[in-house]
Ligand binder design. Structure first.
Ligand code: FES
Length: 90
């Protein structure tokens, strides 16, 4: 299947301040560990209009907010991964 799912990670200034540059490599590692790095493309995005709840990722119409470098592993497993699976079946 060459329809890759796009996972947008907010690189806007508010999310940058909250440490998105630390979240990015962790997300990349998690995608590799879960074997989805060939199906999912991680892209930087401009402000995703959720600065009050940064750091933010968007998958299709779904948004995951309040990500931090500390909780990104849990958020990935509990929130991001299920959305990615939904999109894939979608
Ligand atoms: S800067 Fe990330 S949601 Fe606005």
């Amino acid at each position: 299947m060459d329809d890759k799912i796009t996972l947008y990670l907010c690189m806007g200034s508010a999310c940058h301040q909250l440490g998105v540059y630390r979240v990015l490599p962790i997300l990349q590692r998690l995608m590799t560990e879960h074997g989805i790095d060939t199906e999912v493309e991680l892209k930087g995005a401009f402000c995703l209009d959720n600065c009050m709840h940064g750091i933010v990722v968007k998958i299709g119409e779904d948004t995951v907010t309040d990500i931090t470098p500390e909780n990104v592993e849990i958020k990935f497993t509990r929130e991001i991964l299920p959305f990615l699976k939904n999109e894939h079946q979608g």
